[in-house]
Design a protein around this ligand. Structure first.
Ligand code: NAP
Length: 249
């Protein structure tokens, strides 16, 4: 018996990193899983093979940009066609374009907000329409400790992640009466392609802020996502849960 037997899910940014770990955990817990990602056809195909091996026989990938409202509409239609509805929306896709405010280009501010925040809004709009009809659903937004605490060099990213917390709480209030829960996960410093771009020095100084003294693994996030997506979490909504080795306290 899996936590998510009989459920289905869409995971954005599901071809690698935290998104892939979540998609695999959902599949291993019994869900049918689709991913929506900007990645290459080869990367998406490789992720789908892994999902099938993990237990999601009907896994498939949608290639597109979450910051395009038309893509969100198409994704909801394709998931409905394939799975008959949608039980779980995991808004995980995200990017960084770090720099101090004095040097940050307006286009780098806009792009990060558009993908990380607008993208989650477009997806929530389309997928919550399916969930409202079903009178059940789970929406999980991937925030960050950077959105909770702020972070120098990440004005764009932390603004987008703080915005996701507002989106989470408003959506939880709007959708609660329809049996839909909406929560946010705020990871700390997790070992993925996103953090592998950082220099040794940046990694060392980030680790100084972590009481547990090490980076987290994508699976640390995936286990919480699967719990929040399950029936066991049916009375948890509007929460921001940090999985960060103790950074936020
Ligand atoms: P990652 O390895 O860079 O993966 C991000 C995924 O999102 C990639 O598959 C990427 O596709 C996809 N993506 C990016 N822009 C997209 C778009 N416009 N439309 C569709 N897909 C898009 O990052 P990660 O570390 O796994 O991060 C996953 C989430 O966790 C992000 O929201 C991130 O902000 C958040 N987070 C990460 C950490 C951390 O320490 N790693 C900490 C806090 C929060 P491509 O392959 O095409 O780039």
């Amino acid at each position: 018996m899996g936590l998510l037997d009989g459920k289905n899910a869409l995971v954005t940014g599901g071809s690698r990193g935290i998104g892939l770990a979540i998609a695999l955990e959902f599949a291993a817990e019994g869900a049918e899983v689709a991913i929506a990602d900007y990645a290459s056809d080869e990367d998406n195909a490789e992720a789908v093979e892994k999902l099938k091996a993990a237990g999601s026989a009907g896994a498939f990938a949608l290639k597109g940009d979450v910051s395009d409202p038309g893509f969100a509409k198409e994704a909801a239609a394709r998931v409905k066609e394939a799975f008959g509805g949608c039980d779980i929306l995991m808004n995980n896709a995200g990017v960084t374009a770090d720099g101090l405010i004095l040097r940050m280009k307006p286009e780098d501010f806009d792009r990060v907000i558009r993908i990380n925040l607008n993208g989650a809004f477009y997806m929530t709009k389309e997928f919550s329409a399916l969930m409202v009809k079903q009178r059940s659903g789970r929406i999980i937004n991937m925030s960050s400790v950077s959105g909770v605490n702020g972070n120098p060099g990440q004005a764009n990213y932390s603004s987008s992640k703080a915005g996701l917390i507002g989106l989470t709480k408003s959506a939880a209030k709007e959708l609660g009466s329809r049996g839909i829960t909406v929560n946010a996960i705020a990871p700390g410093f997790i070992d993925t392609p996103m953090t592998r771009k950082l220099s040794e020095k940046q990694i060392e100084s980030s680790l100084e802020r972590v009481p547990l003294g090490r980076m987290g693994e994508p699976e640390d996030i995936a286990r919480l996502a699967a719990f929040l997506a399950s029936d066991k979490a049916s009375y948890i909504t509007a929460q921001v849960i940090c999985v960060d080795g103790g950074i936020v306290m």
